[in-house]
Design a protein around this ligand. Sequence first.
Ligand code: ARG
Length: 257
Amino acid sequence: MKRILSIILAVAILATTAAVFASCGGNADTSSKTESGEGAKELHMATNAFFEPYEFYEDKKVVGIDPEIAQAICDKLGYKLVIDDMDFDAIIISVTSGKADFGMAGMTVTEDRLKSVDFTDSYATSTQVIIVPEENSKVANAKDLEKASIGVQLGTTGDIYVSDFKEAKIERYKKGADAVLALTKGKVDAVVIDSEPAKKFVEANDGIKILDEPFTEEEYAICLAKDSELTEKINGALKELKEDGTVKKIIDKYIGD
Ligand code: ARG
């Protein structure tokens, strides 16, 4: 009897421990280590970490061009970087509400976004490209897109641009990868997304390709709450990191030339 009781007790303890771990496990350990010492003030970076090579998970940690540039900025300014991963369309709200100190997510500077946030100087350029099936694609160029069914990531510039096409059918997904999955399953005719993530998707999936004709030219920058005191500081650090070649080195590490 005693033995049975202790088994029950042991199982109960194990179950509670497992539950405690499970409740922590929902959030990956995305806080990155800092060189700025103990007790440094934190800067929270809002991002959407399904956007390789700019931000993506590697061993439960968010890595990529943006986290590395952000880390270099924080090291310069003496902050501890904390990465908050969320849906892309939550980033600006998180910044304007003060939950995050800045947003960095391969985010394009647009007139519309400038109405609600400030942007730093740009640290990278990009284009939107069109991904289509390798064989029998209904879409051969940007013109065809206007009447096609198109997959995009919700709230991105890809979404914004194609939303002008009155005769197109737009399918909006939480992740770019979900839009690409829909394309590989024939649920949409094309996907419009940023060029570098597009290359990663095409590498990872058979039977799809990028059309030669790029769609737009864009500048990536860091967004902050309007009139934030941090903007000038981050811009200063970014300028130094561009001038001493750090930004280029980080970009080359992930993209090459
Ligand atoms: N450049 C595009 C935009 O600003 C897409 C960015 C998506 N980024 C991400 N981390 N999911 O709208």
